[in-house]
Unconditional design. Structure first.
Length: 478
């Protein structure tokens, strides 16, 4: 066997390049699908019977809650049942749910299938990093994870543009139908090239079903409470009940975790400095990048009057820069410690946040913000590239799925928290966004300047955390 053949085939029989290809295809579908449906809400509301404002919101909320609830338990299961089996199950479930969404006959059926889609996406996403850890040697792993990160982040950024094009070409159902052929391809490639899971489990003992249910309930309550706070404020009954329930459920899980020899989430992982730092960074990143993006899009569409499609075009450079930043982050990890890559990424986000704030305060033409948005995208890609690689390297091999699943769980928490808190900041600066604010970029720009000023400060904190908590070398398990 030649050196190239040895390099292209791992000891477990997997073929790294093809494994990465299947992960990239599946993750691109998932990354687009998280955002794309928001573009089609008006058309869906007109066409499907049984539609209300709440039911339309649940097309986004239901998917997000299912994903947030199941991604960590699914990661823990991969340590026991094997990442290949669960990854294939996730792709199959996601593809079938996409077909069902496209065939939905009313709003209730579409909401049910979207929840199934979110659950399948959680299973698929939770097993990506364990799959790459198993199939790709350690020195090449950061670049592979960076390619996956670039796929997900750029796909999410470009989702509004893709969604607008699909709706214009064939209607909202094609946003779901288009997933089917690509899902089948991803499944067949993964089935063919990923080696079978080893018999037995890496973790001894029975799977803690009660603990998994508690963890899922924590994230459902937390994300639901934050979503309600986003709509009505933190002082409302729904938001308070959701957040208090999350705290009580977390306390109940903490008690159970001490009594179970093999918990679904080992809280002792948070004593590992690098892992604790990565979870903080994951949440801080989404607070700024998702929370900030929501209100920047409002500023473009309501203040400057851009259509959804034009807004997508303006954001294309951001998506491209995000992919380039992630790829650069993968390469840099082979040369410098991951903490400095993270610090550089968060530092760029801080600088870009200030530049976006200044541009919005002047109510300048959105085209003039493209350089700042590109810097924002590159910094975001750079900051995201090492997150999962560091999390995987920081914990014992038999807990990689558990750890990376937990990091994945903090992404929607950060997104919800950022949208809620920054929403209060934005409305505090400009008031309610209504007919009186349409075509007034100077007013909405003041709100964006305030929001991105806070985001820049949060990103600067992220840069400090990167240097202080993330070790330069592989962290030893606690």
């Amino acid at each position: 066997m030649t050196a190239e053949q040895v390099e292209s085939t791992r000891q477990d029989g997997s073929r790294p390049g093809w494994v990465l290809a299947s992960v990239v295809i599946a993750s691109a579908l998932m990354g687009i699908d998280m955002i794309i449906v928001a573009v089609a809400l008006p058309q869906i509301g007109v066409e499907l019977p049984g539609t209300s404002l709440v039911s339309l919101q649940w097309l986004v909320v239901g998917y997000s809650l299912a994903f947030a609830a199941l991604v960590q338990p699914a990661g823990a299961l991969s340590d026991r049942w094997g990442s290949r089996s669960l990854f294939l199950a996730g792709i199959a479930g996601f593809t079938l749910a996409s077909l069902a969404c496209g065939l939905s006959w009313d709003m209730l059926s579409l909401n049910i299938f979207r929840i199934v889609q979110g659950a399948a996406a959680a299973v698929m996403s939770a097993n990506v990093v364990p799959l790459l850890v198993r199939a790709i040697e350690e020195k090449r792993r950061p670049m592979a994870i960076a390619i996956w990160t670039a796929t997900v982040t750029s796909a999410s950024t470009l989702a509004p543009l893709v969604g607008g094009a699909l709706i214009a070409a064939g209607g909202w159902r094609w946003m779901f139908f288009v997933n089917v052929p690509f899902g089948v391809i991803a499944f067949l490639v993964a089935y063919r090239v990923v080696s079978a899971d080893r018999p037995g489990t890496a973790v001894a003992g029975r799977f803690d079903v009660v603990g998994a249910a508690l963890v899922a309930a924590v994230f459902v309550a937390l994300n639901l409470g934050l979503s309600l706070a986003q709509e009505n404020g933190f002082a409302t009954v729904g938001a308070v009940v959701g957040l208090v329930a999350a705290v009580l459920l977390a306390a109940a899980y903490s008690v159970r975790c001490r009594r179970i020899p093999t918990p679904v989430l080992d809280l002792g992982l948070f004593r590992i400095r690098a892992f604790a730092g990565i979870t903080v960074l994951a949440m801080v990143n989404r607070i700024g990048t998702v929370g900030g993006a929501v209100f920047y899009i409002v500023y473009l569409q309501v203040g400057h009057g851009l259509s959804a499609l034009t807004t997508g075009v303006v954001l294309v450079p951001l998506g491209v820069a995000t992919a380039l930043g992630a790829l650069a982050g993968g390469r840099l990890q082979a040369r410098v410690p991951a903490r400095w890559v993270l610090a550089a990424g968060f530092g760029m986000l801080a600088v870009a946040g200030v530049l976006i704030a200044v541009n919005a305060a002047a109510a300048a033409d959105p085209v003039t913000a493209i350089p700042a948005l590109s810097l924002w995208g590159f910094g975001n890609g750079l900051a995201n590239a090492p997150l999962q690689a560091v999390a995987a390297a920081a914990v014992p091999p038999e807990k990689v799925g558990m750890a990376t699943g937990m990091v994945n769980s903090f992404f929607p928490v950060g997104a919800s928290l950022g949208t809620s808190v920054l929403g209060l900041v934005f409305t505090g600066a400009v008031g309610q966004v209504d007919a009186m604010t349409v075509g007034r970029p100077e007013l909405l720009g003041q709100g964006i300047a305030t929001v991105f000023g806070l985001v820049a400060a949060a990103m600067a904190v992220g840069a400090v955390v990167s240097g202080a908590l993330i070790g330069a070398r592989r962290a030893a398990p606690a």
